[in-house]
Design a protein around this ligand. Sequence first.
Ligand SMILES: *[C@@H]1O[C@H](CO)[C@@H](O)[C@H](O)[C@H]1NC(C)=O
Ligand SMILES: *[C@@H]1O[C@H](CO)[C@@H](O)[C@H](O)[C@H]1NC(C)=O
Ligand SMILES: *[C@@H]1O[C@H](CO)[C@@H](O)[C@H](O)[C@H]1NC(C)=O
Ligand SMILES: *[C@@H]1O[C@H](CO)[C@@H](O)[C@H](O)[C@H]1NC(C)=O
Ligand SMILES: *[C@@H]1O[C@H](CO)[C@@H](O)[C@H](O)[C@H]1NC(C)=O
Ligand SMILES: *[C@@H]1O[C@H](CO)[C@@H](O)[C@H](O)[C@H]1NC(C)=O
Length: 723
Amino acid sequence: MVLKISLLFSLLFAAFLLIISCNAANANERKVRIVYMGEHPKGQVSAATTHHTILKAILGSDSSAKESLIYSYRSFNGFAAKLTDEDVEKLSGIWPEHESFNDVGLGAPPSKWKGTCQGVNFTCNNKIIGARYYKSENYYEGTNSPRDYMGHGTHTSSTAAGNRIVGASYYGVANGTARGGVPGARIAMYKVCWFLGCSSADILAAFDDAISDGVDIISVSIGAFWPIPYDEDAIAIGAFHAMKHGILTSNSAGNDGPSPYSVSNYAPWTLTVAASTIDRKFVARAVLGNGQVLTGLSINSFDLHGKSFPLIWGGDAANYSAGGSQDYSKYCITGYLNSYKVEGKIVFCEVLWYGTGVREANGAGIIMADDHITDFAFNFALPATQISTSDGEKVLEYIQATENPTATILLGETWTDYMAPYVVSFSSRGPNPISPDILKPDLTAPGVDILAAWSPVASASVDPDDPRSVDYNIVSGTSMSCPHASGAAAYVKAAHPDWSPAAIKSALMTTATVLDPKKHVDLEFAYGSGQINPTQAIKPGLVYDANETDYINFLCKQGYNTTTLRLITGDKSSVCGSTSPGPAWDLNYPSFSLAVVDGQPIYGLFTRTVTNVGSPNATYNVRVSSQPGFTISVEPTTLSFSNVGDKKSFTVKVTGPKIAQQLITSGAIIWTDSDHKYVVRSPVVVYNVLPTPYIDYSIPQKKQTNFQGSSVYHKKNGILGRD
Ligand SMILES: *[C@@H]1O[C@H](CO)[C@@H](O)[C@H](O)[C@H]1NC(C)=O
Ligand SMILES: *[C@@H]1O[C@H](CO)[C@@H](O)[C@H](O)[C@H]1NC(C)=O
Ligand SMILES: *[C@@H]1O[C@H](CO)[C@@H](O)[C@H](O)[C@H]1NC(C)=O
Ligand SMILES: *[C@@H]1O[C@H](CO)[C@@H](O)[C@H](O)[C@H]1NC(C)=O
Ligand SMILES: *[C@@H]1O[C@H](CO)[C@@H](O)[C@H](O)[C@H]1NC(C)=O
Ligand SMILES: *[C@@H]1O[C@H](CO)[C@@H](O)[C@H](O)[C@H]1NC(C)=O
């Protein structure tokens, strides 16, 4: 099974990482291992950089890392390298001594806590109250420590539940008070799959322990590399068990956007979190000798005090003896630059690269021209900025027209991003590749240029050989947004300890702040219900609750039979009776998704039940809105409650003319109480799918035959967007 793992738990959070490979016979033999990783923090310029960094941390030197690395996969986050089993064990975790995890003011763990701390040279305290690791095969040797060498696990854990720390910054950048979503929460880390042969059994064991240890929220940044059915997805299965035990699992949506169908972790019993921007933008200006000022994206902590340096185009500095040529050196690719020419100069490079090449050739700084990334910034080991390719042309023209071109790079600036919040380009998008009628992602949370705690032994920038050590770093990814949502979920759970996972999820979704549709061509497929609004989420008024029985009914309708259902529930008494397969319109989900076969009329009939969790005596009226082209009607339009806990049902009919080639069109159903205290909003999305031999969404009540699940249909028709 190929999965990227990142288990974080609030009252429990953990590090990310890792999976897998071929089986090994001899633990000390260096052989090819394929390592699959957790969601890639987008503050890493390239996957290759990250993989190199990891290998260097393990093997101790740059050269051994280079020698060891065989492939660095780009279509998914992983690499193949020659490693011993012992090497593999050193990957990732958390830095327990970090001030973000000190336990000042925290008493002993709650009495229900049954977890333990397993790490060698890894001491838990009243903040980090548990740390476990999982090894499906017990013949491996070496140090067992959940310690973090990469920074990622420390960053995500502190985002969810780190202490309040005054004066946290990245060399003064983003200086201020850093705190996790729920600073009072405890953290437990469950490190899974950190070496070869990591199996689904390990993932399930981690879930199993977390559940019996007594965690409240499980935060998992994990994802398969391509869509897989629920009964083959250890995370979906683990999350199902967590749900049965009253624990919500929060997942990162993935960093494979903006292609459609790229979202991972789409099970309806989990919370799927996209990544959005915050109103802060890191820029750094380059000033050319002719006075031209070019503004680029960069987290630039270096101050050259306005000093000018000679400016050279990478293409004019090829290292020919190393096999370089202008074609490589213009991109400043590591190893292909000539240090005689580059030393002490600012180098102009025609692509965004992680700066290693220029630093190794003793350059003074880098101006990179690249248009691929425009909505988040990187940090580097030397003064650097990333400008647009059109500005890059100006730099090249200046260099070519000038005898002694010069430039400087100014200290980075923090600007206000007035466009924020919007979903960042890399955040994975819907539609749901497996269950077309369940809208994913569910919501979005901040995941761009996030300052949080960092491991002091991890690289301080995207350059793996950056020798500096930092306590805080600024990185981007859905791995960063997921713990924000996990923290919010923990906050709701603290306010309402008796709420089910579905109720907590519903509260977060129906109170989310709607993002501006004009900033997103794919609308809800980018942001789901909107951006988390934790303070409102503790008072949602109504919730769309669901329990194990509801999810079982959903699975049976998805085409599961008793045998495949039990693979998920693990319960011999679970059955799919005579349910005929069909659309998932009756699962009590807090959003509405209608997949319409291309060229067919719009038709969907949904049923929902809301539970009153607001004022005991309340009357809600419905309001609907939609883009032109379809109609939403709700029946009844008024729901009256006289007690907390009362449930009321309604139907939603979505109709319209034939549509074809519709990416997405959307609307909303909004219940508001008469005091205007509660606004309970659910998005409704309508979109086209290919025709299928298994199910026709456009014809209601049709007896379905030979339905084998929409996943089968999608795979067969090859419309999956993931690579
Ligand atoms: C334990 O880890 C800390 C932090 O890295 C380190 O300073 C210390 O030397 C380690 N102790 C042992 C016995 O390895
Ligand atoms: C961060 O801000 C505080 C308060 O304004 C200041 O005392 C401190 O020196 C700043 N830290 C850095 C690294 O700039
Ligand atoms: C050329 O590249 C080789 C291999 O990367 C390196 O060892 C050498 O120092 C480089 N030469 C110069 C002049 O930069
Ligand atoms: C789930 O809720 C339904 C009512 O909504 C109830 O009939 C059923 O027994 C519940 N199932 C479980 C496992 O609690
Ligand atoms: C259940 O579904 C699986 C997968 O579609 C299939 O292989 C199996 O034969 C089915 N079992 C029964 C009892 O129908
Ligand atoms: C409930 O609300 C209705 C309408 O707002 C009001 O007429 C009625 O008196 C209220 N009943 C109670 C018991 O507060």
